[in-house]
Write a protein that binds this ligand. Structure first.
Ligand code: ZN
Length: 674
């Protein structure tokens, strides 16, 4: 996989290239090794060398915001001796290469090059990344980063006053419980949205704290005073403010949905949140967790939100919202917050079509999909569910809260796309939040599962198999258009490349192909006689129950699937999750009469586009007339499969190979030739 990835950029699977100069940064024994047999002295560097160094460092730093790669910076600031090593290699031909060995990442070894994204020409883009061969993955590590300082608890007061010109200002005081599982510091870095500025910082019950954040930088550096030992907790109180919220017509956009508070560099370490918001009564606020308190003081309204346990990311939303609450037995209350005035302006000023009953329509899908997912996956822990509107074209999910694009309020498309979108965001309560994914390789367990869930919900609520299969066929068209170029589902966000900016490979592979993978399991587990889905729903319920509140990997999911199929499923995951091959089936069939009015059906399937060992069980449906169908499943593997179906009681009127879209494949019917 990593070689294929390298080939996508460099057109070869191994690199050998002449280089003109190399810049090394390290915290390991490289200097001692270089000193053996050589002598070094300090000297004023010639201008040309300084220019080259500056040029190389631009890939690690941003001068304007005075920021520098946090792991290299941390090692230098803390005088650490670790395995950290970085080499910038300027090649004679082609873009520079950066090799890094970073002990703070679970996949410590990486090779990067210059990103070709326009506007970010100095950004690095990872070509290949993997763990060190000699170091098997630590079973304790369930994420991308290790040895980092973490914030386990937040107590925050957030002020969101109207700023007089129709804007909303943002300021916050946050009490952060900083801890770590290995010694860290004294300097530690956290992420914080670039537009936020620190006003003050002090230690709880103690003196001033030293912190640093460059102008428009994305890192908040905190000096812990001394190195912090495992098990220690230090509480920092930091006040900050900044340009976080934009107004767009009558919508408000929160420009960073997660980095509006300091958070670990992995962006998804677990923490508990105790959030108090104060704003004008012109605005409604919703946040994660449970609203435990709400009070009014003049025109100011204060509400307090507590998460019952640790969660991954916290968010909030506010606006000139009208709220609308649905209370139904069996699900938590659902509150939808919508900017109705903004929609009126969209109609008046831009002539946009608007569906009737916007809030009822969206609230209907949110509550119905909550019902549906509880039934098929298991009960949710959420006490009250909020769906709030954002002026963007995407959605986002947090515990007990989702953000939905204004567009899905505006209208509902006829092909089921909006039900899928709304269902997708609701389904994240199960996939992504309920069951978190282990590393970026497992991201499809969140996005592919949620996309599939949206599809399944849409199929159920619209009572339309046609729309369900129609969407799958659309997904298939995008997947076949890109074929093997992006790489496998297991590559996660790395299927995206700055070399291909006109396509969304991340969506195509992780969302759409990921959804296809779940759909294929659904069809594989379908009982073709009774059409019962019990085995599939049992698998999904088991997976949810087994991993709720934990991080799960693709291997974990495979084990659950195998519990329910009772057979090794490695071939399925190798082909569809870790593999990129897509089969084309050329299918011919022949019907011969047998004694007693029965008919023999023979199938000849040529399998193309995949390795010979590629194997799938393909559903075949035979239309026997008079509303009778026969369903069978055939095993297709190798270049040609000659298959004889069980005798049929009537002559088939039609043979549907790969019925129910059982396999992500192209099917071409061809003539039978002897
Ligand atoms: Zn999603």
């Amino acid at each position: 996989i990593e070689q294929a990835r390298l080939a996508r950029y460099e057109k070869q699977t191994a690199l050998e290239a002449p280089f003109t100069d190399v810049l090394l940064l390290f915290a390991d024994t490289t200097l001692a090794e270089l000193r053996a047999g050589r002598t070094f002295r300090t000297e004023q560097a010639p201008d040309e060398v300084r220019d080259r160094v500056r040029d190389a460092l631009k890939f690690l730093s941003d001068e304007d915001s005075q920021s520098f790669d946090p792991d290299l910076m941390g090692a230098l600031l803390n005088g650490e001796t670790t395995d950290l090593f970085y080499a910038h290699v300027r090649r004679q031909n082609g873009d520079p290469l950066m090799f890094m060995l970073n002990p703070h990442e679970a996949e410590a070894v990486s090779l990067s090059t210059k990103s070709s994204r326009r506007g970010y020409s100095r950004d690095r883009e990872v070509l290949a990344q993997f763990p060190r061969a000699a170091r098997p993955r630590d079973a304790q590590v369930t994420g991308e980063r290790i040895d980092a300082a973490e914030i386990r608890r937040y107590v925050m007061n957030i002020a969101l006053p109207a700023s007089g010109i129709g804007e909303i200002a943002f300021s916050a005081t946050a009490r952060l419980d900083i801890t770590a599982s290995t010694p860290v510091g004294p300097w530690v870095a956290f992420a914080l949205f670039e537009k936020l500025k620190v006003d003050s910082a002090r230690w709880d019950g103690g003196g001033a704290a030293t912190v640093f954040k460059g102008k428009d930088g994305e890192l908040l550096w905190v000096h812990l005073g001394t190195r912090m030992q495992p098990g220690e907790t230090r509480t920092l109180v930091v006040s900050y403010h900044g340009d976080l919220i934009d107004r767009d017509i009558d919508f408000f956009r929160i420009k960073s949905s997660v980095a509006w508070y300091p958070l670990s560099l992995e962006y998804r370490a677990l923490a508990v949140f105790d959030l108090t918001f104060t704003t004008s009564d012109a605005y409604l606020v919703a946040s994660v967790g449970e609203r435990v308190d709400s009070s009014r003081n003049g025109r100011m309204v204060t509400s307090r939100w507590l998460t019952p346990g640790p969660i991954r990311n916290a968010s909030f939303n506010l606006g000139l919202f009208k709220d609308y609450t649905v209370r139904e037995a069996g699900i938590p209350p659902v509150t939808v917050m919508i900017s109705e005035e903004a929609h009126k302006k969209l109609v008046r000023q831009y002539g946009l079509a608007q569906q009737r009953k916007m809030r009822e329509t969206v609230a209907g899908d949110v509550s119905k999909s909550l019902h549906f997912f509880q039934k098929v996956y298991g009960p949710t822990q959420v006490k009250h569910f909020y769906a709030t509107e954002i002026p963007d074209d995407h959605g986002e999910a947090f515990p007990g809260m989702i953000h939905l694009s204004w567009a899905t309020f505006q209208k509902t498309d006829d092909q089921g796309g909006d039900e899928i979108f709304r269902g997708h965001e609701v389904a994240h309560q199960w996939w992504g939040i309920g069951v978190d994914y282990m590393t970026y390789h497992d991201r499809w367990l969140s996005e592919g599962f949620s996309t599939f869930s949206g599809l399944w919900y849409m199929q159920t609520i619209r009572k339309s198999n046609d729309k369900y299969f129609g969407q799958l066929r659309d997904y298939r068209a995008s997947i076949f258009q890109r074929r093997e170029i992006p790489g496998p589902i297991s590559l996660g966000h790395r299927v995206r490349s700055s070399k291909d900016t006109d396509v969304d490979d991340y969506s195509t592979i992780v969302y759409k192909k990921g959804a296809w993978a779940v759909h294929m399991l659904r069809i594989l587990m379908l009982d073709l006689k009774s059409m019962s889905e019990d085995r599939f729903t049992g698998t999904m319920q088991d997976f949810y129950q087994s991993y709720q509140g934990k991080r799960a990997s693709t291997a974990d999911f495979r084990r659950v699937v195998e519990r329910h199929t009772g057979t090794d499923m490695g071939w399925f995951f190798d082909q569809w999750i870790y593999g990129t091959a897509l089969p084309t089936y050329k299918v011919a069939y022949k019907v011969d009469p047998l004694d007693g009015g029965q008919h023999r059906v023979r199938l000849r399937v040529q399998q193309e586009g995949v390795p010979d060992g590629f194997m799938m069980y393909v559903p075949v449906t035979l239309d026997l007339g008079k509303d009778r169908v026969a369903r069978v499943r055939v095993k297709v593997t190798g270049p040609v499969s000659e298959l004889t179906l069980p005798p049929m009681p009537a002559e088939p009127k039609a043979v549907r190979f790969n019925d129910l879209e059982g396999v992500l494949a192209e099917v071409k019917m061809v003539d039978w030739r002897n």
